[in-house]
Ligand binder design. Structure first.
Ligand code: CAP
Ligand code: MG
Length: 431
């Protein structure tokens, strides 16, 4: 039989990637009767210039547009893609290649895109975060401790005026930020416009009464042109942030909103709802590290990355790798799940730890994550027996105790709110 299969031409174990290549790291499991080399060839082929069979005519450029699987170690393969096949500043196109058809190939039992290393010739077309960690800290006038925030709970149900009152109580308890929940946008009993109006008013009142900076992460998630209008409204009301559910809106919309937020000089708080549909399975899908990298490149200022000890999945190793990726300038390959990355002039993103946190486990979170984070405590604030204000106070007290190296039980002797929180939750780790 004639040669009909073209895949092996996309494997070259002698190839040395050039400084302009986009390099991907995949974890792969071939299906039965498929060798590792064949499987690796299919990954490089289907994500770049190939098809399932040999072709009768080829463009002269073929060698310049082909990806090459150049390193196979166990179940990991590295693939190099020439820079010329990538349109500048087009994340959907990048995903249609390196995260596209390949996930559905019959020849692969499982495939996970672990990481991508992007050359400066690719990253230079993106803004990255508008503010980054230092400028966010300056805006909120919070120097060393974690920036604190709470999501009104229950997630949905309060009307706009009740919502604004909860926000006020949260700020008065010492918190810097209030945040909408990911599924709260604009619904008949809690309209976006009304929430913005009432929260801004309450924000001004809380700032006046406390002498501290306060802000709100109000969720603009929706259809793209609607989000643009909502971002303008946040700007008109003097709010510093827009919150976006970056995975559900899609990266095309996020790219558009990044430009809008640049025009209005507002920061983007990125919630990652739906990420686990792609990254939870260790064998198949995309890694959160990859999603986080795309978010930094496009330019969010704050990104949820997990807590390790809270209610949502994410091991210490994974969460800390993501934290390093979004905060450091120069990432050096430390193991099989991370590639090198030079971020050049792209600013760092503030890591957000959220989900199942309460005063009793704040020391654990800070010991793992450090204090250069945004810490969101929501159920663990509004579930305080004495209400939201006392809940926020208890969380602030827990942060103070941790930063002063005092045990919570000791600190609680002179801080009633913390004591009451510990009576309710103790050191319980939610699931
Ligand atoms: C937290 C939260 C957040 C998650 C997101 C929630 O509330 O508002 O959406 O933390 O997770 O609804 O669960 P609680 P992640 O503090 O009451 O748990 O940051 O891991 O993406
Ligand atoms: Mg939420």
């Amino acid at each position: 039989m004639k040669k009909i299969d073209w895949y092996r031409d996309f494997v070259n174990l002698k190839y040395k990637p050039s400084k302009d290549d986009v390099v991907c790291l995949f974890r792969f499991e071939p299906s039965a009767n498929i060798s590792k080399t064949e499987a690796a060839g299919r990954i490089a082929s289907e994500s770049s210039a190939g098809t399932w069979t040999t072709l009768t005519s080829l463009p002269r450029t073929i060698e310049k547009v082909k990806a090459r699987s150049f390193e196979i170690h166990g179940n990991f393969v590295k693939v190099a893609y020439p820079i010329d096949i990538w349109e500048p500043a087009n994340i959907p196109q990048l995903l249609s290649g390196i995260a596209g058809n390949i996930f559905g190939m019959k020849a692969l039992k499982n495939l996970k895109l672990m990481d991508v290393s992007l050359p400066v010739s690719y990253t230079k077309h993106f803004r990255g975060p508008e503010f980054g960690i230092d400028e966010i800290r300056k805006i909120l006038k919070v120097r060393k401790r974690p920036i604190t925030g709470a999501v009104a709970k229950p997630k949905i149900g309060w009307n706009a005026s009740e919502h604004a009152k909860i926000a006020y109580e949260t700020w008065m308890g010492g918190f810097d930020l209030v945040k909408d929940d990911e599924n709260l946008t604009s619904i008949w009993f809690n309209k976006f416009e009304q929430r913005v109006r009432l929260c801004s008013k309450m924000r001004d009142k809380a700032e006046k009464e406390t002498g501290q900076r306060k802000s709100a992460l109000i969720n603009i998630t929706g259809e793209t042109s609607q989000m643009i209008k909502r971002a303008k409204m946040l700007h008109d009301f003097g709010l510093e942030y827009a919150m976006i559910d970056v995975v559900t809106v899609g990266f095309s919309a996020l790219q558009t909103l990044r430009e809008t937020c640049h025009d209005y000089k507002i920061a983007i708080h990125a919630h990652r709802a739906m990420h686990a549909a792609f990254d939870r399975n260790p064998s198949h899908g995309l890694s959160m590290l990859f999603l986080a990298k795309i978010c930094r490149l496009i330019g969010v200022d704050q990104l949820h990355i997990g807590t390790v000890v809270g209610k949502l999945v994410g091991t210490r190793h994974e969460v800390l790798d993501i934290k390093n990726e979004i905060t450091q300038d120069n990432i050096r390959n430390k193991g099989s799940s991370m590639l090198d990355q030079r971020w050049n002039k792209i600013k760092p993103v503030l890591p957000v730890s959220s989900g199942g946190i309460h005063p009793g486990i704040i020391p654990d979170v800070l010991n793992i994550m450090g204090t250069d984070i945004a810490l969101l405590v929501s159920g663990g604030v509004h579930g305080h027996p004495n209400g939201t204000r006392a809940g926020a106070m208890a969380a602030m007290q827990s942060i103070e105790a941790t930063m002063q190296n005092v045990s919570l039980s000791e600190y609680a002797k002179s801080h009633t709110e913390l004591g009451i929180a510990l009576e309710k939750w103790g050191y319980f780790r939610p699931q």
